[in-house]
Ligand binder design. Structure first.
Ligand code: CO
Length: 179
């Protein structure tokens, strides 16, 4: 048994979060271990979704569990190379957070419904339509694969309200990457 992978969260404003992620081409043991380690980190961090760029991997992988509950593994969703083929329904406003933006929250407008084509961890192609909270998580995590972040989606008022926390993240990043 190889040792389990362990990831750390990549926080804003790391440039790793701005890269457009590359498609997965090999559905192998390495991919399954990566997915497993992403789920572990998501649950440890009390998140409901996580995208590979948030663990420093420039890859098109998302995991989510709409309850953020490791005791409900039937809610786990793994999407490899997802493509949103349709968005529809009413546009809704809902408060979002992001594991890469600790303590920052703001309302984001998104269409209620999305249809996604993706592969599972074994490479089987799936198409599913999501609504409500799960659809929102899928759209938020999909944004990460395109280098789009919560801060880009905040209203000017929410950006201002979160300015101190955003500035602190930038300062922390500078401190850790000085010299
Ligand atoms: Co996020």
């Amino acid at each position: 048994m190889p040792e389990a992978l362990e990831f750390d969260l990549i926080l804003y404003p790391s440039p790793a979060l701005r890269k457009i992620a590359d498609p997965i081409t090999a559905f192998d043991e390495g991919l399954r271990r990566t997915v497993q380690a992403m789920l572990v980190l998501m649950f440890e961090s009390k998140g409901v979704g996580l995208a590979a760029p948030q663990v420093g991997l420039k890859l098109r992988i998302l995991v989510l569990n709409l309850e953020g509950d490791p005791e409900q593994p039937d809610l786990n969703r793994v999407m490899i190379n997802p493509r949103i083929t349709d968005r529809g329904g009413e546009k809704t406003l809902y408060e979002e957070g992001c594991l890469s933006f600790p303590a920052i929250y703001g309302e984001v407008e998104r269409p209620d419904q999305c249809t996604v084509e993706f592969c599972d961890a074994d490479g089987a192609t799936c198409t599913e339509t999501f609504t409500g909270f799960e659809s929102r998580i899928v759209q938020h995590e999909f944004d990460h694969l395109e280098g789009i972040l919560l801060v880009d989606r905040l209203s000017p008022a929410d950006k201002l309200r979160n300015k101190a926390a955003l500035d602190e993240l930038i300062e922390d990043y500078k401190d850790q990457h000085a010299g």
